[in-house]
Ligand binder design. Structure first.
Ligand code: SF4
Length: 253
């Protein structure tokens, strides 16, 4: 499918596909939620947060832990008000809320939804692959932290995501994020398709974008129970080279 990057449309974008997850996803600030974890210590480094999982994602990464969340037509199973009520109830106990997925930015109301949470007085974090850079940009003023998945060097992006436009979108999101000054984490999951040569290539592309802190995440089985590949499985030569290149290298085993 040919996609016009400038209009931020993508096959999974409920704004243009006419396949939204119901009327409530098209109007107002509500995002279609498919899950809500009330306490998490691992979704925003150093913060105690609630994590909300949004329905819908335009990509098809082979290691996706939430494949049931990809379908943008699937109905929401958690009312948006469950999240806003939780934020009000846990004021002072939670550091923030993380919008995860799926891909939260596929929904046209994402920026206003992020602002609604921010206006409740909570910190707002986002997990994104950067599929909708314009929508990410529109929400940046309401976001306190962004975890951006950079999945591969540009030449392998299609193979990892199934999308011809994914590389341009993800790297445009990276540029917007870095330019905004927003607190963020750039991370890559060690998919088996990423051999050491392509990981080196990826690091060069990130350094060329000015990325100074980089996180490598272990690859887990889809049910999350088994670790299939750890950062410590990489060669010492590669890791040493990266330690000398990035100001901070985080290995998430
Ligand atoms: S971008 Fe995230 S939610 Fe979408 S398919 Fe990839 S891993 Fe799954």
């Amino acid at each position: 499918m040919t996609v016009n990057l400038s209009c931020d449309r993508d096959p999974g974008d409920t704004a243009c596909s006419g396949r939204g997850a119901g009327a409530s996803t098209r109007t107002g600030t509500r995002l279609p939620l498919a899950g809500l974890v009330e306490f998490s210590t691992c979704d925003w480094p150093g913060r105690l947060v609630a994590t909300a999982f949004c329905q819908g994602c335009p990509w098809s990464c082979p290691y996706c832990h939430n494949p049931a969340l990809r379908d943008p037509r699937a109905p929401a199973t958690v009312p948006w008000s469950d999240l806003t009520d939780l934020v009000r109830r846990r004021r002072g106990l939670l550091d923030g809320v993380v919008l995860s997925g799926g891909e939260p930015t596929v929904h046209p109301q994402f920026p206003t939804a992020a602002r609604e949470l921010k206006d409740l007085g909570t910190g707002v974090g986002l997990h994104t692959g950067g599929a909708l850079p314009g929508r990410l940009e529109a929400a940046l003023g309401a976001l306190d932290w962004v975890g951006l998945d950079i999945k591969a060097p540009r030449r392998l992006y299609r193979q990892l995501t199934g999308s011809d436009t994914a590389a341009d979108r993800a790297f445009e999101s990276l540029r917007l994020l870095r330019g905004s000054g927003a607190d963020h984490e750039v991370r890559t999951t060690l998919d088996l398709r990423l051999d050491e040569e392509s990981l080196f290539e990826l690091a060069e592309e990130l350094l060329a974008e000015g990325v100074t802190a980089f996180t490598l995440q272990a690859l887990r089985s889809q049910d999350g129970r088994t670790v299939l590949r750890r950062p410590s499985d990489l060669s010492a030569a590669l890791l040493d080279r990266w330690r000398g290149s990035f100001r901070a290298l985080v290995l998430r085993e």
